[in-house]
Design a protein around this ligand. Structure first.
Ligand code: ADP
Length: 365
């Protein structure tokens, strides 16, 4: 069974807190209750994990080979915006392997001794999950290399000229890394993973299935149209779907008969300021700034962040990937540009120079 031994930072905590333009549904500074809620809904097996089919098919093969041959699974890295299921995958993999999972995050491992402490908790074939792995300090990262490559940890006993180097042998373990910023990973660290994968945003059928599964688990009635309405407005992100489901359930309980249909879902989400494209206050503020203050761009992310009083990292890791995915912004060598689809969404007339948009424009991270 997978079990957590160490959890200094919750999944995706690194991306920043709630700030700037209004309350953000997707910035993952979760309160305890929210975290427990998400954890309770977490799939435990490959069969439970909805979507990301190509990745899951690959993982099934690797996990089966490792289990049947008694091997340690190769080190795996998962990349993608917060809430897409990277932490969940680590739990599923450990569970399917039948090994323990030790959980930590890049910012939490702030010195070499902390890394040693985590590694020495591991038994043979156990897994270590490091969230936000791009935020490891260089010194910790260097000490991770021999551990990943040779299952060795170099210790120094004593100080100064009398210090003695000693290599500590570690059990064969699997490192599972997650990052919202693949581009910030150093090449030597990336090279030491046997496999890396960019998680995709979920399509509507998968998002609907996630909402239906979560509703079943929490015991709230929901019809097909209600599930689709929440799925459509959840930014193609399971964590947001679960969060919205919780809010809509409250509305259905207080104002309806306890069952979620399209009408209740739609009116609840309108009141939560989540619009029909799934954009929330910060998304709309971002687009409005680009369209109105910067005349549709091109504009650099730094200037947008300053105008919104928002962290640049939050824009790059959370806001922009989705706006890019749905074709509301495009990337050019000179900066971000709002597309005609973004203008139409805001109800503004588009300038002739605006690209048409409406489809995926590539990746920013
Ligand atoms: P990340 O680590 O990428 O930020 P998480 O793994 O914490 O995201 O996922 C957030 C929540 O979304 C989980 O608690 C889980 O309930 C739900 N979730 C994520 N991926 C899936 C999936 N593929 N199927 C069903 N639920 C999912």
């Amino acid at each position: 069974m997978a079990r957590k031994k160490h959890e200094d930072a919750g999944p995706g905590d690194a991306a920043g807190g709630e700030s700037g333009a209004g309350s953000r549904e997707i910035v993952p500074a979760e309160r305890e209750g929210e975290r427990a809620w998400q954890a309770a809904l977490r799939p435990q097996t490959f069969a439970d994990y909805i979507g990301q089919k190509e990745l899951i098919d690959n993982l099934r093969v690797s996990v089966r080979a490792a289990r049947e041959n008694g091997w340690a699974l190769d080190h795996f890295l998962f990349a993608g915006p917060p809430g897409l299921g990277k932490t969940t995958l680590a739990h599923v993999i450990a569970n399917e392997l039948g090994v323990n999972l030790v959980v930590s995050s890049g910012p939490a491992i702030d010195h070499k001794g902390m890394l040693a402490g985590l590694l020495t908790q591991l038994g043979e074939r156990d897994a270590l999950f490091i969230d936000e792995i791009h935020r490891l300090s260089p010194i910790v990262e260097e000490n991770l290399y021999p551990a990943m490559e040779d299952f060795r940890f170099d210790l120094f006993i004593g100080d100064g000229p009398h210090a003695k180097a000693m290599a500590m042998q570690l059990p064969r373990f699997t490192l599972l890394g997650a990052t919202t910023r693949m581009g910030l990973l150093s090449a030597p660290l990336l090279d030491r993973f046997g496999f890396h994968w960019q998680l995709r945003y979920y399509d509507l059928p998968d998002m609907t299935a996630i909402v239906q599964r979560s509703a079943r688990l929490i015991g709230v009635g929901i019809d097909g149209a209600g599930a689709t309405e929440i799925a459509r407005r959840a930014r193609s992100t399971p964590r947001i779907a679960n969060r919205l489901l919780r809010r809509v359930r409250d509305f259905a309980t207080v104002e309806g008969n306890g069952t979620i249909d399209a009408k209740i879902a739609s009116s609840a989400l309108d009141r939560l300021a989540v619009d029909h494209a799934g954009l929330d206050t910060l998304d709309r503020a971002y687009l409005t700034i680009v369209c109105e203050r910067f005349d549709g761009g091109p504009v650099g992310v730094e200037a947008i962040a300053a105008s919104l009083s928002e962290e640049r990292g939050t824009l790059e890791e959370v806001v922009e990937p989705f706006l890019l995915q749905i074709g509301f912004i495009a990337r050019t060598p000179r900066g971000r540009v709002a597309t005609a689809a973004a203008y139409a969404h805001l109800g503004l007339p588009a300038p002739a120079k605006a690209p048409s948009g409406g489809g995926p424009q590539g990746r920013l991270f």
